[in-house]
Design a protein around this ligand. Sequence first.
Ligand code: G3P
Ligand code: MG
Length: 247
Amino acid sequence: MKPWPYPHVIAHRCGGMAAPENTLAGLRAAARTGCRAVEFDVMLSADGTPFLIHDETLERTTDGHGFVAQTGDAWLRALDAGIRHDPAFAGERLPRLEEAIAACRKLGLWANVEIKPAAGHEAHTGEVVARVLARHWRGEPPLLSSFSGTAIEAAGSRAPQFPRALLVEDLAGDWRASALRLGCRAIHTDAARLRPGGIEAVHAAGLWLAVYTVNDAQQARRLLDGGVDALFTDRIDAICVGAATGP
Ligand code: G3P
Ligand code: MG
C-alpha cells in the first residue's frame, strides 16, 4: 500500500473552531493558521446547487429556518452563516461549492469534500458534487467521502478520477466489503470509537484510515504515531501548527 499522499492534519468543516463552520472565512483561517488541508460538507439546495453546510436544517448555523433541500439559492444566499458562531463574523454567507473550490485554489488548500446528502437526495448529490469538482478543481485531486454508499457510488460513476473514502461511525459493521465494492481508498471513522486493532484491520484491507474529530494535541500525536494516516481537527490553533502536516 502506498503511503497516505495528503497532509496528515485536516481542518474540520473548513477552519474548525477558528471561524463559522463551512464558510470561506473558515478556509481563510485554516490557511492563515498553517493548515494545508481542509474538510467541508456539501449539500444541495432546492435548486440543486451544492452549498457548504453540515445540517439538513438551517437553524443551528444560520439565521434561517427550515430545510436546506427545500430552500432555493436566493434564500440561502441571503442568510447569515456567521453570526451564530460569533457576532464578529456577521454577514458571512453560505458558500457555494464553486466558491469554496476557488478559495482553496487561491489559498493553496487541498480538500476532503464530504458529500452530505439530505435524505432522499443521495445519488443526485454525489453526482452533482463530482460534476462541479470535475469542472472546477485544479491540482491534487480532492478526496470525496460520504456516509452514504449511494452518494459515493454516484460520485464515482460521474468522476472516477477522484479518490473516494467511506465514512463509518465505527468499525463494527461491513465497512471492508462496502469500501472495496465502492472502490474506496480510505475509511474515515470516529476516533472516539476506534478500538485496539482497528488501524491494523483497515490497513490490512489495503485502505488508509483517517479519524474525526481530534481536538487534543497529545491524542493527535498518539494517533499519528500509532499509524492513523490523518485526522480531522476543530483545534487548528493547537494541532495544525506544530504537527506533521505533510507527507
Ligand atoms: O468527514 C469527517 C467528519 O466531518 C464527519 O463527521 O458530522 O462532522 O461531518 P461530520
Ligand atoms: Mg464532515
